[in-house]
Design a protein around this ligand. Sequence first.
Ligand SMILES: [Zn+2]
Ligand SMILES: [Zn+2]
Length: 332
Amino acid sequence: MWAVVIEAPGRAVVKDVPEPEPGPDEVVVEVAMAGLCGTDLHLFEGGLPYPYPVIPGHEVVGTVVEVGSDVSGIEVGDRVALDPNIPCGECYFCRRMRFNHCLNWQGVGITRPGGFAWRVAVPSRVIYPIGDMPFEKAVFAEPLACVLYGVERAQPRIGDRVLLFGAGPIGLLLLQALKRAGAASVVVADVRRERLESAERLGADRTVPAGQEETLREGFGYDLVVEATGVPEVAGRCPDFAMPGGKVLFFGVCPEGATVPVRPFQIYRRDITILGSFALNWSLGQALEMLSVGAVQVEPLISHRFPLERFLEALALVREDREPRLKVLIQP
Ligand SMILES: [Zn+2]
Ligand SMILES: [Zn+2]
């Protein structure tokens, strides 16, 4: 079968590889499509501490074509989404329900072969049947699950004033989830005009382009400030916009070694809470629930589709970040 293989940092090829065989507790999914995201870029650039070669692709949907001998409840022909995170269930953190920090964590498309391929084998316990939900919707289950976990971490209160930095695919999911979670208003700031237009269409109460951030200081500030750009300079300014008693959620992925200045007096004097949110923690079912009823719109987030053999073009589009872009899907 054909698959994208990152052979080493900076070197990706599309090539013929052996088809996966299901282990006793695994199923093989014929991939319908898979979303390309920043994690794939980090993997390509060598920013993640996992061994190569690897077949990337962790936002995967498709149809079950083979079922291992010990699998029950999933059948050939089932249309499914999958949670790429495979926790061990036994380690220090798994026993504290912090499965996203599992010490023996395996990731589909990260530590084991992923979905930028014709087929992928995964343990049945991370498979979620999607019924007749269109694949274009279900392919957002994984990024939305990360977003819902972040919203759970931030625990917005009904009526909150929220400020969101970043209106990429993740920011636009956060916007919608935060409104569903009870935010009275969500103000969205981004450097790209077309992304702010998307935010307006998806329910932003106000949008603020680059250079006008000072207007965000009007009033007392925000109950919750969400950072979804991954730009350290932006992250460093988030506490300034939180009102006394407010929270800051760092959701965007900053470079690992990045530092930002923090004024401890400001955090102390104004009762600021700073939160992180890493990946997801069994929130994929909730994400599918939201998608199935249309609580979150995802069709407007799809900007490009590439066949598998043009993966390198898709990667270049995301890396160079030149033309207007939101979510890029790869279709075998
Ligand atoms: Zn992702
Ligand atoms: Zn574990």
